[in-house]
Design a protein around this ligand. Structure first.
Ligand code: ADP
Length: 255
């Protein structure tokens, strides 16, 4: 008989019910906590570029400013605006992945060509940092959402570039298998310590801020990679050693 309180230790249906209510409450407060944390992270990430823009815009108001200084202030405003813009784009992408209303697009396209195109777009960055690039791509016909998958290669390549010293090397391989395809992005850059690996896909997570501070980033790139790959039924593996380099392997099932 029900006496007004739900005792989770009861071994009957009421005990079962109490347990499932308890689990639901836990889940709700966990969601609530994550939502609050997310909003506070987003606000923080918007706040600092906005403050910089405001500050330098105020300085620019001074009409007696030498040309040189005016240019350098305008440059800060330009790069901070770009940072806000890329943050907004990544957040919108993540939100659209979270609230996917229709299933992913199932388009047939050539994966090797898509990867080549992504590399072509970032070629100037590769040249600027004098990076060596090795590409070995099997010809692969893929079925999936090309717009989302393109973001995966873009993020993995831009990370390999960002976290590798000038003159380093990036290897990109696409291996066609019988049941799946493997896409490998390997660099000989900074590497990631073991204790940080498990949090890499968390939103806004960046390794050791003191070291990555001079490298621009939002901490959203890898959560997008993870989410998109997961939605395609695949997985991402990371192998890394500090000071030696990092290898990301994306495994996508063939339909
Ligand atoms: P960010 O915008 O900071 O690059 P990501 O989500 O793409 O965010 O990556 C999260 C963190 O993982 C980065 O801040 C960086 O510390 C680490 N990381 C990602 N890719 C690499 C890589 N190829 N080599 C070393 N560290 C990496």
């Amino acid at each position: 008989q029900f006496n007004g309180t739900l005792d989770i230790h009861r071994r009957d249906e009421i005990g079962q019910l109490a347990k499932s209510f308890q689990r639901m409450t836990e889940k709700l407060s966990e969601n609530d906590r994550m939502r609050k944390e997310f909003i506070s992270d987003v606000s923080h990430d918007f706040q600092s570029p906005l403050l910089n823009i405001k500050g330098y815009a105020n300085l620019l108001m001074d009409s007696g400013l030498p040309e040189q200084e005016r240019k350098s202030y305008a440059k800060v405003i330009q790069s901070e605006t770009e940072r806000l813009s890329s943050l907004t784009k990544q957040l919108l992408l993540l939100t659209s992945l979270d609230q996917l209303e229709s299933p992913l697009k199932q388009v047939n396209f050539r994966l090797d060509e898509q990867i080549k195109e992504v590399v072509r777009k970032q070629r100037w960055l590769l040249e600027e940092k004098q990076m060596a690039l090795v590409m070995e791509l099997d010809e692969v016909a893929m079925t999936g959402d090309p717009a989302f998958l393109e973001k995966v290669w873009e993020n993995l390549l831009s990370n390999a570039l960002k976290y590798t010293e000038t003159g380093g090397e990036i290897d990109i391989r696409l291996l066609d298998g019988t049941v799946d395809v493997k896409i490998i992005f390997q660099d000989n850059g900074a590497g990631i310590a073991k204790e940080n690996l498990s949090r890499l896909f968390d939103r806004f997570y960046r390794v050791d801020h003191s070291r990555t501070q001079e490298v621009e980033g939002t901490g959203l790139g890898l959560s997008i990679v993870h989410q998109v790959v997961k939605l395609h039924g695949g997985s991402v593996e990371i192998a890394s050693e500090v000071g030696v380099g990092t290898t990301f392997t994306v495994i996508l099932p063939k339909l």
